[in-house]
Design a protein around this ligand. Structure first.
Ligand code: ATP
Ligand code: MG
Length: 562
């Protein structure tokens, strides 16, 4: 369709960050360049909140024909690891983004940063402090009280230079000295009260090894790294708003000719979920979940294993918009985005999670019909699948009742129902075991109803089924929300509101034989049940394991109402 025919689809309102960039471009700022970065700390796996930052940073770069760097913010060696760094790269690629050229690390710039620190000392804008951490806290003041100058603040430049050189040479113990910016102890912004910019930490680093006994602090590292890389717009979350004056102060006072602009946007918060790396780490460490990629986790690797298409996550992030207002997004929106895609893309198949044996008494014992069923009811191009039909079938326990009212449009004793993609059957008899449990139902089929309705009567319900002999055994995992409250982070101990029933495994499920050809991560619609994915890790033709991605309809709206 041409642009003029459907103008409304081409007018997308711009968000406030795009407005800033458009204005910058109009004024010829940064020679028309747009350069962003995504700066994860390799101390955990990425979660749905990070997806927002990734989509925003990489998306803005693509939209303005610029570039987005991936830069590991690796200045805290205590918690960082290569496993996390590798997982972060894999997740970004899976989400569908490509970083600019090589991966960068804040640690690549340790030498540059060290020189900038010396420059600040030489300009009398930084000094080596001997106060202990506790004393520094005391001197810092509070929101209502100004701070006090450190007694070491006015030491000669040469003395600070000497001490800083010796800090770098590893002469002092951890925490003994610190390099602080000399700004203003009475600033209303506590971040500006002579912030520490270097600390002593004699610790092995995943990249620089034992080369550095001192490490730069976030506020000194981030802005300088941005400037070194020629970042034009440094997009970060709202909690960094009061760091911005410090960001600008550092850039203004070192010799570098670019000045990136920090712009803050609100975090993505999802109801019934946590997006704190510390708490997610706890869930993994305390084995509340099976790992970082447990399908119940809000991590990108968890959502991948759950079967969410990466595009659904991108669409979801787009729907949440970019603003400066903090808000909590409903899980239903994420699931809506997932369904939108899967409804179009997922091939249909039948799976019986709770098998109940069904015998068709008037069907020949040794006969098998290879019925053809469309893989997608609206998309013929997806082709057909072969579904074997025979005398003994399985249906789902929940699709049968001895007695039921009209609302139950499934199989009822003495009544008719259509078997999806095949015939109409009538239930004649129920077989029970000694404890009264239904073990089998006996039916008759109407041979003249394959692909057509009986001329003389209306059959309302449709249920799914598989052939007992031809179907294959499968494990099917169905998930519920991981937490029982909308805001688990607000609870005293968030672990207390973990949903004990968040995982339900059907270990005797039966699936169509065509599932033997499925590949890990392939997604299907189990007709009448929902969308399911062949497990990325465990699925093999000998071990058929499916994870439920999402149900066919929104169940969250109901949860919210209650
Ligand atoms: P922490 O720093 O506490 O370990 P973090 O979530 O800030 O956790 P980072 O690795 O520093 O983790 O995050 C990388 C980027 O992702 C940052 O720019 C951060 O602002 C952004 N980000 C993190 N959480 C969210 C969120 N919920 N919504 C949007 N962006 C987020
Ligand atoms: Mg952070």
């Amino acid at each position: 369709m041409s642009h003029s025919e459907k103008p409304e689809e081409n007018i997308k309102p711009t968000n406030f960050i795009e407005n800033i960039i458009n204005e910058d471009l109009q004024q010829g700022k940064n020679d028309g360049a747009v350069m962003t970065r995504f700066p994860p700390e390799p101390n955990g796996y990425l979660h749905v909140g990070h997806a927002k930052s990734i989509c925003l940073n990489f998306g803005i770069a693509a939209q303005y024909h610029g570039n987005c760097n991936l830069r590991f913010d690796d200045t805290n060696p205590a918690k960082e690891s290569d496993e996390f760094a590798k997982a972060i790269q894999a997740d970004i690629e899976w989400l569908g983004f490509k970083w600019n050229a090589k991966i960068r690390h804040a640690s690549d710039y340790f030498e540059n940063l060290y020189q900038y620190a010396i420059e600040l000392i030489e300009k009398n804008l930084a000094f080596v402090d001997e106060l202990s951490a506790d004393e520094m806290r005391e001197y810092r003041g509070s929101l209502t009280e100004p701070g006090k100058n450190s007694p070491f603040r006015d030491r000669p430049i040469a003395e600070s230079l000497d001490l800083f050189t010796r800090m770098r040479a590893g002469e002092f113990a951890d925490g003994k000295l610190a390099l602080r910016a000399k700004i203003d102890m009475s600033s209303p912004n506590i971040k500006m009260r002579d912030p520490v910019i270097y600390r002593i930490k004699r610790m092995h680093h995943i990249r620089t090894g034992d080369a550095w006994p001192i490490y730069p602090m976030y506020d000194f590292t981030h802005c300088t790294s941005d400037a070194i890389e020629g970042i034009t717009h440094s997009l970060c979350t709202l909690e960094f708003e009061d760091h911005r004056p410090l960001y600008d102060w550092v850039i203004d006072n070192i010799s570098i000719d670019t000045h990136p602009q920090q712009i803050e946007f609100s975090r993505l918060n999802l109801a019934y979920t946590i997006t704190s790396k510390r708490k997610l780490t706890q869930l993994v460490d305390e084995e509340v979940v099976g790992g970082w990629d447990d399908p119940r986790m809000p991590t990108l690797s968890g959502m991948r294993r759950r079967g969410y298409p990466p595009q659904a996550i991108r669409d979801f992030v787009e729907l949440t918009g970019v603003t400066k207002k903090n808000h909590v997004v409903d899980m239903a929106l994420l699931e809506f985005s997932v369904r939108e895609i899967l409804n179009k893309q997922a091939a249909r198949t039948m799976a019986v999670l709770r098998p109940l044996k069904l015998v068709i008494e008037n069907y020949p014992k040794d006969k098998t019909e290879l019925l053809q069923a469309p893989k997608h009811p609206q998309d013929e191009s997806m082709g057909k699948r072969t579904v074997p039909f025979s005398k003994v079938l399985y249906i789902d326990e929940e699709d049968f009742r001895e007695e039921a009212n009209k609302k139950f449009k499934r199989l009822v004793l003495g009544k008719e129902v259509r078997l999806r993609n095949s015939y109409v059957i009538r239930c004649d008899e129920v077989i029970k075991n000694d404890s009264g449990e239904i073990t089998e139902v006996r039916c008759h089929y109407d041979a003249d109803t394959l692909g057509k309705n009986p001329p003389d009567r209306k059959v309302k319900g449709v249920i799914h089924w598989v052939s007992a002999e031809h179907s294959v055994a499968a494990k099917v995992r169905v998930y519920d929300r991981l937490f029982t409250t909308a805001n688990p982070a607000a609870e005293g101990n968030f672990l207390d509101c973990v949903n004990a029933n968040s995982l339900c495994e059907y270990s005797n499920a039966r699936v169509e034989p065509s599932m033997l050809d499925a590949k890990p991560e392939q997604r299907f619609q189990f007709e009448r049940e929902g969308y399911f994915v062949a497990d990325k890790v465990e699925f093999t033709p000998q071990n058929i394991v499916f994870n439920m991605i999402v149900g066919l309809r929104d169940t969250w709206a109901k949860i919210e109402q209650n």
